[in-house]
Design a protein around this ligand. Structure first.
Ligand SMILES: [Zn+2]
Length: 372
């Protein structure tokens, strides 16, 4: 290919934040140049990229670094010529699925139809999600959670094989079980709590529908002591209690389901990745986060644990984030603008009269080694 050529706008996922960044894409000889609205140009050599299997039902194209890095570049349907050129220049990870008559269906939609689709997606689905969450029986919620967990595992797995591994070293699981029990004794959920550790370096934790709580290995690595991990766990239990993840999942899944109805088999890799990111990033409102914090703090107090550990962990995240702009933290725990307020609220919380360690040293070492 020769260049520089005409540019198009593409969505760039850096693999850390769920929010795609709009970038101007230009082909310059054997490289792709990505120009963000601000910040420096990102250069992707064509021979170090691969295409991801994707987009049954769409002409869009998803590119990723061949070395397995988490970044993703999504080139939309509108840029068909450029996408075609890139399909020739860049090898696929696997054969792309056949493309049905997507374009015909898209062209068939009038402006009025598109408007009503937008209305459904952005107005009705979020409203219905809150309604549906109250109607969903516990079994349905558990099934939704199981499916979501699988989707996240497979979307984040760089190897493209079986999905991100669960960390299951027996002494680590036992330690995590003791930590979970200490907190869960003081809760009442409609389903048993299922706490998982996934082998990923991301400093993150999140709740999923149906009582799943996921901690990434990176979070355990980043914590200074087991109380900090317990505080994060308690915060996530707050999201479980509030069924925050269920409403979020219904919202995303509802939107994607409706897109699927219109555009056919839309459940390609990009959509799955987008959904996974949405759920992990869980763009909860500030009020929702504060509720989860308050729940977590109260739970720590009831369990005889130091509630200020939550603030300590936030503070560690904040400092790490400042020190490293290359690997910024993507977590709903830390990315919130009101983080300082939340640190302060946790620091102000009263310590219970009796505080005893959540894990002994041996258990803490075992938990830190749970992925080995
Ligand atoms: Zn949260």
């Amino acid at each position: 290919m020769s260049g520089p050529e005409a540019s198009v706008f593409v969505d760039y996922f850096d693999g850390r934040s769920a929010v795609p960044r709009r970038m101007e894409l230009t082909i310059d000889g054997t490289r792709l140049l990505l120009l963000p609205a601000e910040g420096s140009t990102i250069v992707w050599p064509l021979d170090r990229m691969r295409r991801l299997p994707d987009q049954a039902g769409s002409d869009g194209l998803t590119l990723a670094p061949a070395d397995g890095g988490p970044a993703r570049l999504y080139i939309p349907d509108g840029a068909a010529d450029l996408a075609d050129a890139l399909r020739v220049a860049i090898p696929a990870r696997a054969a792309p699925p056949p493309i049905p008559n997507f374009r015909a269906r898209l062209v068939g939609l009038s402006a009025a139809a598109l408007t009503s689709v937008a209305l459904i997606l952005f107005v009705l689905v979020p409203l219905m999600a809150d309604q549906l969450a109250t109607l969903l029986p516990p079994e349905g919620e558990a099934a939704l959670g199981d499916a979501t967990l699988e989707q996240i595992r497979s979307a984040l797995d760089e190897s493209g094989r079986d999905g991100l591994a669960f960390c299951t070293a027996a002494p680590g699981r036992a330690a995590l079980g003791r930590m979970t029990d200490r907190l869960a004794k003081h809760t009442e959920f409609p389903f048993p709590l299922k706490v998982h550790v996934l082998d990923h370096e991301m400093v993150n934790a999140f709740a999923l529908p149906g009582g799943h709580v996921v901690l990434f290995r990176g979070l355990i690595d980043a914590a200074n002591d087991p109380d900090e991990v317990a505080a994060v766990l308690a915060h996530e239990m707050g999201h479980v209690a509030g069924r925050d993840a269920t409403r979020g999942a219904l919202r995303s899944a509802g939107s994607i389901g409706i897109l699927g109805l219109i555009f056919g088999d839309f459940a390609g890799g990009t959509v799955a990745l987008f959904l996974a990111n949405q759920l992990i990033e869980a763009q909860y409102s500030q009020a929702t986060e504060e509720r989860a914090d308050a729940y977590g703090i109260a739970l720590m107090q009831k369990a005889g644990l130091p509630p200020e550990a939550l603030g300590r962990f936030f503070e560690t995240l904040r400092q790490q984030e400042g020190a490293r702009d290359e690997r910024s933290l993507l977590d709903h725990l830390s990315s919130h603008p009101a983080l300082l307020d939340r640190i302060e609220a946790a620091a102000r919380a009263a310590r219970p009269a009796q505080v005893s360690p959540v894990l002994n040293d041996a258990d803490w070492q075992a938990l830190r080694a749970i992925c080995r």
